[in-house]
Every structure is written in structure tokens, then in C-alpha cells.
Design a protein around this ligand. Structure first.
Ligand SMILES: Nc1ncnc2c1ncn2[C@@H]1O[C@H](COP(=O)(O)OP(=O)(O)OP(=O)(O)O)[C@@H](O)[C@H]1O
Ligand SMILES: Nc1ccn([C@H]2C[C@H](O)[C@@H](COP(=O)(O)O)O2)c(=O)n1
Ligand SMILES: [Mg+2]
Length: 232
């Protein structure tokens, strides 16, 4: 059994969330059935191969996706990037997406899944990294229903909150959600909505938990063996 302990409890001192006890520790408990020994499927060329990339804000998902793309020829589909692109395009959904992201909340699944679907359909590749998705059980079910596929592999970058906060505040890419107030909310939402997804895939033997502390290269060396069958 595994107890998740919030390491930046001071961030939540004004939180109304009942998930946090008086010491600020998360009361979430999950059963650690996931390891990095989950069975790795052998992909066949041409058939869809989907990897979901999970982890808290700033855990390094995008950074590691870039390295996986380079080494293993995946197409990177970042749900957050697609939503930001939608805002920039001035689409009808743009202002709702912007306010949702500013508040650190999750955009309705229908919108996100539609963007992911279009992106996948416009690619010739069959290997996809879907980064930052699913963020909730609602996201997960909407993907299964609309795309009609399940992920072959699920990566989970496990990073202490203090490190995630540090990385996000140093990111410097002008993101509207990279500020301390939005980060607090994103971490709360992650705790509330993402753990059920992580547990779901863990129980199905698809989850690869990677300790996301270390240099970018050190972390990638833990990721590489997961995809080694793809280079054969
Ligand atoms: N292993 C690492 N050590 C130190 N800094 C890192 C590491 N990996 C990534 N970073 C930096 O941390 C910041 C966040 O990384 P990244 O954007 O990859 O995270 P993310 O999980 O995609 O976050 P988000 O969910 O907010 O999009 C970036 O500035 C990145 O350069
Ligand atoms: N499945 C998703 C993915 C992202 N969002 C929104 C909310 C996130 O805070 C924001 C940025 O995503 P990131 O770049 O950190 O992956 O985008 C969402 O609503 N649903
Ligand atoms: Mg990212």
C-alpha cells in the first residue's frame, strides 16, 4: 500500500479541500500495484500504437516526449498544446478554454478528444504519444468511446510536488498557468482527478511509473527500455 504525502503542504494552507488533513498531508491512499515491470506489448508496424503520458504539472512529460520522438519516431500529441493552439486560433471554444486553463481546471473531454482525434487523423504515423491525457476518468472514457482504442503503454512521471513547482515557476515560456496560484489549483486537480486514472491503468498492467527526479538524460535512460521493442 502506498500513501501519497503532499510535500508542499504550505501551498494548501488556504485550501478548502477536504482531501488534506490538518498537517496538509494528502489522505489519498493507493495500492501500489504498478511497477516498471508492466508487460511491454510488441507493436506490429502499421497498427495503432498509443502511449499515454501522465504526470503532474512540470513533471517533465513534454521534455521526455521530445526525446522519445527523437529516439523512437513517435508523433507527439500534447493535449495542452492543442488547447493553447485552439485559444491562439481565436476559435469559438477559445475563451472558455482560456478561462478553464487560467483556473487550473480541466476542459470538457469532448473538446479535448476532438482536437486529439483530428491531430491523430492528420498524421501518417501509427505511433502516438498522447501527452497530458487523460487527466480524469471522464477524459479516459471519452477517448475510448470516440477513438475506439485503448493505450498500449501508459507512462507516469512521478515527481515530488516541490520539484514540480520549482520547474514550472522556472519554465519561462509565458504560459498563463505558470504562476503560483494556478499551480496550486493544478496540483489539487491532479490529486483529485488523475490518481483514479493512474490506478485504473496500474490495475490493467499498463502503467510504467518512472521516478522523474534527476537530469533529463538520467530520466530518459529509465524510459528507453520501455520502448526498446519498437526499435527491433
Ligand atoms: N529532469 C529535469 N530536471 C530539471 N528540469 C527539468 C527536467 N525535465 C524538465 N525540466 C524543465 O522543467 C520544466 C517543465 O518541464 P515540462 O514542460 O517537460 O513538464 P510537463 O510535465 O510537460 O509540464 P506541464 O504539465 O505543465 O505541461 C521545463 O522548463 C523543463 O525544461
Ligand atoms: N487533458 C487535458 C490536458 C490539458 N488540459 C488543460 C488544463 C491544463 O492545466 C492545461 C495545460 O496542459 P499541460 O500543457 O500542462 O499538459 O490544459 C485539459 O483541460 N485537459
Ligand atoms: Mg507539458
Amino acid at each position: 500500500m502506498w500513501r501519497r504525502v503532499a510535500s508542499v503542504s504550505h501551498l494548501f494552507s488556504h485550501s478548502k479541500s477536504t482531501k488534506f488533513n490538518q498537517q496538509g498531508a494528502s489522505t489519498f491512499k493507493i495500492w501500489e500495484t504498478f511497477t516498471s515491470e508492466s508487460e511491454i506489448p510488441t507493436p506490429s508496424k502499421g497498427s495503432l500504437f498509443v502511449t499515454f503520458v501522465l504526470g503532474g504539472p512540470g513533471s517533465g512529460k513534454g521534455t521526455q516526449c521530445a526525446k522519445i520522438v527523437e529516439a523512437f519516431g513517435f508523433t507527439h500529441v500534447s493535449a495542452g498544446d492543442l488547447l493553447r493552439r485552439e485559444i491562439a486560433s481565436g476559435s469559438a471554444y477559445g475563451s472558455v478554454i482560456l478561462s478553464t486553463i487560467r483556473e487550473g481546471k480541466i476542459v470538457p473531454s469532448q473538446v479535448t478528444v476532438e482536437l486529439i482525434q483530428k491531430e491523430m487523423e492528420s498524421s501518417d504515423n501509427y505511433k502516438f504519444l498522447i501527452d497530458g491525457f487523460p487527466r480524469s476518468e471522464e477524459n479516459r472514457k471519452a477517448f475510448e468511446k470516440t477513438i475506439g482504442a485503448e493505450p498500449d503503454v501508459v507512462l507516469f512521471f512521478d515527481c515530488p510536488e516541490q520539484e514540480m513547482v520549482k520547474r514550472v515557476l522556472n519554465r519561462n515560456q509565458g504560459r498563463v498557468d505558470d504562476n503560483i496560484d494556478t499551480i496550486k489549483k493544478r496540483l489539487e486537480i491532479f490529486d483529485e482527478l488523475n490518481w483514479p486514472v493512474i490506478n485504473y491503468y496500474s490495475q490493467r498492467g499498463k502503467l510504467h511509473k518512472i521516478n522523474a527526479v534527476g537530469t533529463v538524460d538520467e530520466i530518459f535512460e529509465k524510459v528507453r527500455p520501455i520502448f526498446a521493442p519498437l526499435s527491433k
